[in-house]
Design a protein around this ligand. Structure first.
Ligand code: ZN
Length: 238
């Protein structure tokens, strides 16, 4: 459900009517919509709509309880500029992020580097997303697009592996084509990194048996020096 919520936040729309409210999710990939139906144990029809160049698939959900839930979590009919970040419990946070990413995120390999980004019309939404990512040791930066209408959140290089691991952990639903880009990057161009045992930061690996980032390594070294200094002093006293 957290994944679907994320996807709706990115690529869905909601219509509230007296006759019955409806959530509509659109995608170029029919398979992801079928998977959503399967996970919700529903069989809402998936329609094919012709766009200027290609087809798009549309799943319309008219389950009252679901629509009510989405509205109470902050989704509004005119969503992109007023969208509030939903209250997602931390154990479901990355499922929500992955859904949002599959709907409104981008990933590409560019000059042997990996670019991971999210777009939104709401800076408030991206700011909240950024602080929640931050709490999980994933560092990002927010840019305003030149026309001023959209904001882009980019995951910094130091955090790309952390993001890859977190996005797909225990994932039972995801867009294949986006995950493939990650898989390709980490198998081809990947620079080995380690997670510091003291501060949990991920840093580029520079030596064998490296356990700490440079900062923590220095702190640890000073601590070890102090211990051996005390030992020496005690020894001399004897
Ligand atoms: Zn460290």
């Amino acid at each position: 459900m957290a994944y679907i919520l994320g996807y709706v936040y990115a690529d869905g729309s909601i219509r509230i009517r007296n006759s019955g409210s409806e959530v509509t999710i659109k995608s170029k990939d029919k398979s992801i919509l079928s998977k959503m139906n399967f996970l919700m144990e529903s069989s809402y029809p998936i329609h094919k709509e012709l766009r200027t160049k290609n087809y798009i698939y549309v799943l319309s959900i008219s389950r009252k309880a679901l629509v009510k839930d989405l509205v109470s979590l902050g989704l509004t009919p005119k969503k992109s500029f007023t969208m509030k970040f939903p209250t997602v419990p931390s154990e479901f946070f990355f499922h929500f992020v992955r859904g949002y990413f599959d709907g409104d995120g981008h990933v590409r390999i560019l000059y042997k580097s990996l670019e991971i980004s999210f777009t939104s019309g709401s800076s408030e939404f991206l700011n909240k997303l950024q602080s929640r990512l931050d709490e999980n040791n994933i560092v990002s930066k927010i840019y305003q697009q030149s026309n001023g209408n959209y904001f882009i959140l980019k995951i910094l290089n130091v955090s790309r592996e952390e993001a890859y691991i977190a996005f797909y952990k225990d994932a039972n639903i995801y867009l294949e084509r986006k995950k493939k880009v990650f898989d390709e990057f980490f198998s081809k161009f990947h620079i080995k990194t380690i997670q510091c045992v003291d501060c949990n930061k991920r840093v580029v690996k520079t030596g064998n048996n490296q356990k700490r980032c440079q900062e923590c390594k220095n702190i640890n070294q000073r601590r070890l020096n102090r211990i051996s200094y005390k030992k020496r002093k005690n020894y001399l006293r004897k």
